[in-house]
Design a protein around this ligand. Structure first.
Ligand SMILES: [Zn+2]
Length: 235
């Protein structure tokens, strides 16, 4: 295996290639995010580089998909290039200076614009605000979707609060309020639905007894898979 790399925009793609009996070039992206290329005998390293560059968008997307399933992320530093999650996908952070302060989520990037020279502290404030705004919208939308099913079990419509919680994804108060962890917006929607449906079930069953799990199973038959997947997003 020969190591090589290409630069695609601001992204460096490193890969290893080997020659094989194949007639055409083939690229594989592996779950550890490594990239390998199989090339017909006689293909020049330049031709391989050109091929990798043409497929760079696909490689980058595939890596992001795998990254989404990696269990832990290091502490965030809020610098350009590091990845942040939103709804189960990985986005690359880009800090830049501009006319107005904003956060935009587009084509794999979370682009944070600050009026002054961007700093990690300012980026964190803007990004936290962006997450909070989007969490409220997404959670409300998912609550309405989940409630359509929960309603059939005579469950009341809850009030909802979003806040940063330590070690829990959500909680339910006997006053009929569901609290959701702001970080939950980093997980995919089917995991968000699991947490909401779980808390809705507490309306009918306070404790995690057999009746609780039976009710949750009726409302969301695949809840165990969703819960297992959500565990991958614990920070
Ligand atoms: Zn519970």
């Amino acid at each position: 295996m020969h190591p090589d790399s290409v630069t695609w925009g601001s992204v460096e793609i490193t890969y290893r290639y080997q020659y094989s009996e194949r007639k055409t070039l083939a690229i594989s992206v592996h779950p550890d995010l490594s990239v390998t290329v199989k090339a017909p005998h006689g293909t020049t390293p330049e031709a391989i580089r050109e091929y990798v560059l043409r497929r760079a968008g696909w490689i980058s997307r595939s890596q992001r998909e795998f990254e989404g399933y990696l269990p832990k992320q290091p502490p965030r530093r809020y610098v350009s290039g590091e990845t942040h999650r939103y709804l189960g996908r990985q986005y690359r952070l880009k800090l830049e200076q501009g006319e107005a302060e904003s956060v935009k989520c587009l084509r794999g990037y979370l682009r944070v614009t600050t009026k002054a020279e961007p700093t990690p502290e300012r980026a964190k404030v803007l990004l936290d605000g962006w997450y909070r705004t989007h969490a409220k919208v997404v959670f409300h939308e998912r609550l309405l979707a989940c409630y359509k099913r929960a309603e059939r079990e005579g469950i009341g419509f809850p009030a909802m609060t979003v806040r940063q919680m330590g070690s829990r994804w959500g909680s339910f108060s006997s006053a009929g309020r569901i609290t959701l962890n702001l970080s939950l917006v980093k997980a995919p929607k089917d995991c968000i639905d699991y947490v909401i449906m779980h808390e809705l079930c507490h309306f009918a069953e306070k404790h995690h007894g057999p009746r609780f799990w039976a009710l949750l199973g009726r409302l969301m038959p695949e809840y165990e898979e969703r819960r297992a997947k959500l565990n991958l997003y614990a920070e």
